[in-house]
Design a protein around this ligand. Structure first.
Ligand code: NDP
Length: 502
């Protein structure tokens, strides 16, 4: 029987004309992620028609200089430069100084652009600036009338807030309050680009469009769940940001929490953003209170000097911009439990760290061993249990591991992997995660974004943990050091071995 393919129309098959305004346009995120994503969308014919992109920041630049700067920063130079030149015609630059006067000028400029380019009064505002500027920009957009949709009906205004969204629960609530003074919840898009990875989205399809997995997806059949995002890179040139953030805020509060809720949530009643967000929120509410004092397991680490990719690399405290006695963790392991009928007492191991041996991002569903080892007398040993691995890096893949018998007279069991590797089946270029979230925002689709309650619940879980870690009299003493290029601190090697498969 031929394989059946069922599709809805791509959500943004006909995105509405709009202006994308990027604040922080002279910065790293804009040149490294946002513009390449927008260009790849243009190249694949997925941009709205017409569209304009307006870069805004304090640096003085002409349109031409802005275009040249962005072109020089492209990591993958286009095969056909004329495609870039066509795209670049839509790029504009405005100097802004984050005060009412410059936002007034910006409002006039956007109105004029709307008239000239027929962009219908639709605007996306992307905050690619340091987080302390998020509230200020939201206020200025409100005061200059740029956030109001009523004035330009049917034109819409949407705001994309980059991570980190807050530093703790209090600051996340304060930021939500400021945003809500000027934008309605449906205008706000809190980004987590992990959610746009194909395998992450496929987790819901795997779970809820197949009948064979869901009956096993619970405490009766699952031994543990591992969620891991290891990075080979160190802090690079982002020390200023990372020193105040650390791995728990940088990776756990957002990306790992999203992977956890996708893995653990109950089936939503339909595939619709609010229905999915409701189920995600329930999972975070069901997380068992985490208290180090009462024995919850957490291991924090920091990389020391070591070797990666054959080269010696410095320890975290010797990186440029890092305090030589920095207590900032670059690695964390947490064991979490979800107190509900499905998951009672199943451990969820969350691990993330910088300068680990290899970059790997994966969710591991480790099933229980068979209840009775009928081969034990013949084999005299244990049989490995089944495992399902949902991997986003190094390959986007889903792998199922199970036992088979080797051919021949001897009774030899062999662990085999049945896998589905995305790029083997889909040669067609897919959109990168940033392109996907931008396109979804233009289409007004909230499925891949955090809703207010989700982000606040996530912070309300993590903030007491951060307080316990940071307010202990000598936080640096609880740090476990690990050599760069290793698999993390000695204290977690046993759990690490369960998750890395090598
Ligand atoms: P940058 O530090 O490169 O800052 C972006 C721009 O903001 C700068 O070019 C600068 O432009 C402007 N800026 C910096 N400081 C100030 C200030 N005090 N007042 C006003 N403007 C300022 O940031 P990134 O591009 O790396 O990141 C932007 C946002 O995206 C951050 O919130 C970050 O956390 C988030 N992010 C970044 C990622 C990345 O890979 N870079 C990944 C994920 C999230 P000018 O001086 O011209 O005004």
């Amino acid at each position: 029987m031929p394989a059946r393919q069922l599709c809805n129309l791509e959500p943004a098959a006909t995105p509405e004309p709009c202006i994308i305004v990027i604040f922080g346009a002279s910065g790293d995120l804009t040149s490294r992620k946002l513009i390449p994503a927008l260009f790849s969308m243009y190249d694949q014919g997925k941009m709205p028609d017409p569209f304009s992109i307006v870069g805004c920041s304090r640096s003085a630049m002409s349109d031409t200089e802005f275009r040249e700067h962005l072109f020089s920063q492209l990591q993958d130079q286009p095969e056909d430069v004329s495609r870039w030149q066509d795209f670049a015609q839509n790029l504009h630059y405005q100097t802004v100084t984050y005060d009412t006067e410059s936002f007034g000028k910006l409002a006039d400029f956007l109105q004029e652009l709307d008239r000239n380019e027929q962009t219908a009064g639709n605007r996306v505002f992307d905050l690619a600036v340091p987080p302390k500027l998020y509230p200020r920009i939201a206020e200025l957009l409100g005061q200059s009338g740029l956030s109001r949709e009523e004035d330009r009906f049917p034109g819409w205004a949407r705001i994309i807030v980059e991570k980190p969204f807050g530093h703790d629960l209090e600051s996340a609530i304060a930021l939500n309050n400021t945003l809500h003074e000027h934008f309605k919840e449906e205008q706000i898009f809190r980004i987590d680009h992990y959610m746009a990875k194909e395998t992450v989205q496929n987790t819901l399809i795997l779970r809820f469009a197949n009948s064979i997995f869901e009956p096993l997806w619970n405490r009766h059949h699952v031994e543990y769940i591992g969620i891991m995002a290891s990075e080979e890179l160190g802090v690079g040139n982002r020390a200023g940001y990372y020193e105040h953030t650390g791995v728990l805020r940088d990776m756990f509060q957002n990306h790992l929490m999203q992977l956890l809720v996708l893995t653990a949530m109950e089936p939503p009643y339909r595939y619709e953003a609010n229905a999915v967000q409701d189920e995600k929120a329930k999972v975070i509410r069901s997380l068992r209170k985490f208290s180090i004092e009462q024995g919850s397991r957490i291991v924090l680490g920091q990389y020391s000097e070591g070797t990666t990719g054959g080269s010696s690399v410095p320890g975290y405290r010797d990186e440029k911009g890092v305090d030589s006695r920095s207590p900032t963790p670059t690695f964390a392991f947490m064991e979490l439990f979800i107190d509900n009928w499905r998951w009672q007492d199943v451990p969820f191991y969350l691990i993330s760290g910088k300068r680990l041996r290899r970059k790997k991002t994966r969710i591991i569903i480790q099933f229980k061993k068979v209840p009775h080892l009928l081969f034990k007398d013949i084999l005299g040993e244990d049989i490995g249990a089944n495992r399902l691995v949902i991997e986003t890096y190094p390959e986007e893949a889903i792998r199922l591991i199970f036992q088979t018998k080797d051919p021949g007279m001897a009774m030899c069991l062999h662990e085999m992997t049945m896998d589905f590797v995305y790029h083997e089946h889909y040669q067609k270029i897919t959109l990168d995660a940033y392109a996907r979230v931008l396109l979804d925002c233009i289409a007004g689709d909230h499925m891949l974004f955090w809703r207010q309650d989700g982000i606040e619940l996530s912070w309300s879980f993590l903030t007491p943990v951060l307080q316990e870690c940071e307010e202990c009299p000598s936080p640096e003493r609880q740090l476990h050091f690990y050599p760069a290029g290793s698999w993390g601190p000695e204290a977690v090697q046993q759990t690490m071995n369960l998750l890395i498969d090598e």
